[in-house]
Design a protein around this ligand. Structure first.
Ligand SMILES: [Zn+2]
Length: 395
């Protein structure tokens, strides 16, 4: 069979996805006897896309897995850290510092940046949607908008950003959960009627899968909702994926379905909505009786963060290109407002524009190629993101 256009793990680790100039640089360094020059390289970001004033740092675990075994040491802020761009001064804050011979990790720059930039963008978009959902359920349904080769990365990033569950098997496997889903319109159309589809789903699918039926295919949502309740015993919810052309006032449609369900004794049946939702449209309907949101494109199509890697020390002395600041820097963050700061020593006191003292938040994660400290699960990282989101809501 002809190959698919994807890079598998062997290709990424073997360097097939790197920008070729890194491979050429390595050959030149080797030929010039400079392979063993020790450097510190920092990974920093400038301004954030879309006018965002904070972002979620995501993708570090995959970077550790990529670089484990290389003769390098890595210090980074914890994965899941919510950080704000530093606006008061131009010095960029290192989210990660790598120490070692440039020849040993320079060729990984393309892969490392990709593993941080895109996941951080997706996790930030997910966190913004989760925040707009005010604690209600958010299901990540964006896989179909992205290349399948990155489904696992996409779903993990969505989950770390705060989504409650993901739709792909590979994503669920990576985060340690079960994939979630309801019913596609295709099944409704092939079965020919609401009742036939509801009944068939209930008969075939194992009882552990929550029964959430789609109610916008053939008829009025109110009628279909009641039909679902009467056909499927123990129905957990109904999903409205009503197309924009038929929505009219979506909020009123949701209220109407809720009213009908309550009036007929189905007060515990939840309403899930999906279809082109983003943080703005969710904000408009979050105060209705809707229980959860299925969100796709607005999260999966998140802008990637513009991070870059720069050498800041060579043979123990500071260096930098024009426009950057030399010297190994430590990352600080204000525990109150999440503004970031830097210092040239981990023991310095750094104060925040808000008047509080910042904390040094960088930790060693890889020492001479060996992982330092315990591996954090996706759900532990997600929990810390949700706690920080709660704080952002109160800033
Ligand atoms: Zn502050």
């Amino acid at each position: 069979m002809d190959r698919l256009f994807i890079a598998d793990e062997k290709a990424v680790r073997g360097g097939d996805t790197m920008d070729i100039y890194f491979e050429r640089t390595k050959r030149i360094l080797d030929a010039s006897g400079l392979s063993s020059v020790k450097v510190c390289a920092e990974f920093t970001g400038s301004s954030l896309p879309k006018g965002w004033n904070w972002a979620v740092f995501c993708g570090l675990e995959e970077v550790i897995r990529l670089t484990e075994g290389l003769p390098i040491t890595i210090h980074a802020i914890p994965e899941g850290t919510i950080f704000r761009p530093r606006t008061e001064e131009s010095v960029r804050v290192p989210l990660m510092n790598v120490f070692g011979s440039y020849a040993d990790f320079g060729v990984m720059e393309t892969a490392i940046l990709g593993m941080l930039c895109q996941p951080s963008g997706i996790a930030t978009a997910a966190a913004r949607v989760k925040s707009a959902a005010k604690g209600k359920t958010v299901l990540a349904f964006g896989n179909r908008r992205m290349h399948p080769a990155i489904s696992g990365v996409l779903d993990r990033s969505c989950y770390i950003g705060g989504c409650d569950a993901v739709s792909s098997k590979i994503g669920a496997d990576i985060i340690g959960g079960e994939p979630v889903g309801t019913v596609p319109h295709a099944l409704m159309l092939l079965m020919g009627s609401n009742e036939a589809a509801f009944r068939a789903f209930d008969a075939v699918i194992e009882p552990s899968v929550p029964r959430i039926m789609l109610i916008d295919t053939f008829s009025d949502e109110r009628a279909a909702a009641l039909e679902a309740c009467r056909t499927v015993k123990g129905l957990k919810g109904v999903r409205l994926d009503t197309p924009g052309s038929r929505r009219g006032n979506f909020k009123e449609l949701i209220d109407e379905v809720r009213w009908e369900l309550d009036m007929n004794g189905f007060g515990d049946v939840e309403i899930i909505v999906s279809g082109g939702l983003d943080e703005d449209s969710i904000s408009k309907i979050v105060h209705t009786s809707v229980s959860g949101f299925g969100v796709g494109t607005s999260i999966s199509n998140a802008p990637t963060l513009d991070l870059s890697m720069d050498i800041t020390e060579k043979d123990g002395g500071p260096v930098s290109k024009r426009g950057k600041f030399g010297g190994r820097k430590y990352a600080y963050r204000c525990p109150c407002c999440f503004r970031m700061g830097v210092s040239l020593s981990p023991d310095d006191a750094v104060s925040c524009a808000c008047g509080n003292d910042m904390e040094m938040i960088e930790t060693e994660i890889l020492r001479d190629g060996k992982r330092v400290g315990p591996m954090r699960t996706a759900s532990e990282i997600r929990k810390s993101v949700l706690e920080q989101l709660d704080r952002i809501g109160r800033l």
